[in-house]
Design a protein around this ligand. Sequence first.
Ligand SMILES: [Zn+2]
Length: 442
Amino acid sequence: MIVIENVYVVPVTGAEIPSGYIAIDGDRIAAVGAGPYEGEGERVDGRGRLATPGFVNTHHHLYQWASQGVTPDGTLFEWLVASYRLWGRMDAEVVHGAATAGLGWLAKSGCTTASDHHYIFPKGRGDLFDAEIQAAREVGLRFHPGRGSMDRGRSQGGLPPDEVVESMDDILSATEAAVRKYHDPSFGSMLRIAVAPCSPFSVSGQLMIESAELARSMGVRLHTHGAETLDEDEHCKEQFGMLPVQYLESLGWLGPDVWLAHCVHLTDDDIRRFAATGTGTAHCPSSNGRLGAGIARVSELMRAGAPVGLGVDGAASSEMTPLAGEIRMAMLLQRARYGPDALTARQALEMATMGGARCLGRADEIGSLEVGKLADVALWRVDGFYAAIDDPVVAFAYGQTPPLARLIVGGKTVVEDGELRTVSDQVAAEAGAVAHRRLLAN
Ligand SMILES: [Zn+2]
């Protein structure tokens, strides 16, 4: 038993406890309450600390750690076209190194559950999907990799060059094999697989339809990009005669088992359809800013009752973005668009925790500090400079993110005093740097 005491607890789903405890037994939360804890257990002093649920990252492309800084001022389509050829040269070693650094970076910003969207599989370059799963095991995060795909190259009207796409048959059989080999649906699972074709402009309609059927027949979730930029709107109108969300719905891609990245350009009707169908949104404010995509209507989605989580997106379109920092970014951008009551610090924190848990279909296991849920906890240092602010949630969200005192995933310490304790900071950083050099040299 580990007992965190004298700590400010933000359970997210219930009332905050200004001085209380969290008792952890194995991988579960055994007790949460006010005052001292009477039972036995190893004590962790929580004075000057804020306890939040571990954060859930709902969108990423971990391999992109190896290609940061490419096309620093381009639009999404310009940046993608410049990046595809580079990505077509990656191998399993690049993916393992990039994922180790990317997941370590996420852990250091309070993330306990990470999804990933890997959609490029160059032939003859090793088992890329297995490489990122091994990295997640080593770093110690709960992992939701999506077996991604692209089958619509330039000759078929798509954006990527033909060399980096796969055939539909190869994609469907590899995706089914990945789910069979890795997906663990049990309570407390450290590894769940999603089916994740890349985007309307790189995937055929037939693959979208068959991917949805495969995922639903195997009981796994569906993920893709949608409505990210106005260029995508134009592409969809030209090629399919409708806007991205209408197109996705026509292919069976709205529903309680679907979460979509970005959703920047939604119509009023799209927002109603997301709420009515329970379709989730992975909001990536830094990436949307970096690529000049726009500001997503996420406070309206939340008010309508649709699930909204936060994501850092791939490190090549939001370099070095920390997940905790996306809470502040989301809050500020919503206020810049809608006014100062658009998104409170607590609503933004909810997006990073319960919102993400809903997107990944794990609202009963993670995303809040409740008895019986998994012991995924972040402890933040709101003493020192941060003690100038009485409300520790405001201290956390309004300025630079406070230091991370401890990150616990399923009862195990992954970060302590800001440093990784599973793999070291030095090992994770070096793995990322080596992956970058290897990709450029390949
Ligand atoms: Zn993305």
